[in-house]
Design a protein around this ligand. Structure first.
Ligand SMILES: [Zn+2]
Length: 250
């Protein structure tokens, strides 16, 4: 409590009263916070452009014990990803990232790994904006992994046998895999070895390495990302924007 200084990512900002803004940040040390930036809508505000979504900022705010909204004192841009985030081709995907962070970063619950993962994904997207679909998959997978929601695709869920690399498997309703000996019914969702490998390798390598490794497997990227969107919707108990992205076929 009191005056707090931390690094944070601006997720959203919207107007409040005639001159103020409410801003939502994912912070490095204090999780998701919402604050009031007094006078931020004025032309010559002390905040300048530092409250635009997808800015990494050095943030100072004041928190009172009984208040949910903090009071933002200072915000200085460290790095802005605003340009790629507002590009018409990528805007929808960035809006989806914001929605996921809003849903999975509980208020005032610090998760430094989530913050770092998000930041490195943004940096990688900034360098390779054409590979955003692969980046989204990586982000979705790590969001689930850090939250403890990611199924293990190492073993068959039924006989517990370790799955061999070239072996096709079946996706079960709980998103775990069953080997062909355990599940022989047709018409279930088959997971091909390359798709399982993609799922496993994303858990071991950096985002940049992941983009390199998956550049020739875009069809599989879509399939695995599709499954991750279903896992996310299942955890949330409702559809996400991601489902709509999927339907739009982007
Ligand atoms: Zn089995």
């Amino acid at each position: 409590m009191g005056l707090i200084e931390t690094e944070g990512l601006v997720l959203k900002s919207y107007g409040l009263a005639e001159a103020d803004k409410i801003v939502v940040f994912l912070t490095q040390e204090h999780g998701l916070i919402r604050g009031v930036a007094k006078g931020a809508k004025r032309l010559k505000s002390k905040f300048g452009g530092s409250l635009e979504p997808f800015s990494i900022v050095r943030l100072t705010y004041f928190q009172k014990e009984d208040r949910e909204l903090v009071s933002i004192q200072q915000s200085e841009i460290v790095k802005s990803f605003f340009d790629i985030a507002v590009n018409p081709n990528t805007f929808q995907k960035f809006a989806y990232l914001v929605e996921l962070l809003n849903d999975f970063a509980p208020p005032s619950d610090p998760n430094e790994r989530l913050y770092r993962m998000t930041k490195v994904c943004l940096e990688t997207s900034d360098a390779h904006p054409e590979k955003l679909s692969q980046m989204i998959l990586y982000f979705e997978l790590w969001l689930m992994k850090l939250g403890g929601y990611l199924p293990s695709w190492e073993r068959c869920d039924i006989c517990k046998r370790e799955l061999a690399k070239p072996e096709p498997t079946n996706l079960q309703i709980n998103f775990h895999l069953a080997c062909r000996n355990c599940r022989k019914t047709r018409g279930e969702w088959t997971i091909l070895p390359a798709q399982r490998e993609m799922f496993l390798v994303a858990q071991r390598v950096s985002p940049l390495k992941f983009l390199e490794l998956t550049k020739d497997g875009l069809e599989d990227v879509n399939i695995v990302s599709n499954i991750l969107k279903r896992i996310i919707s299942n955890v949330l108990g409702r559809e996400t924007t991601g489902e709509k992205i999927l339907i739009a076929g982007n």
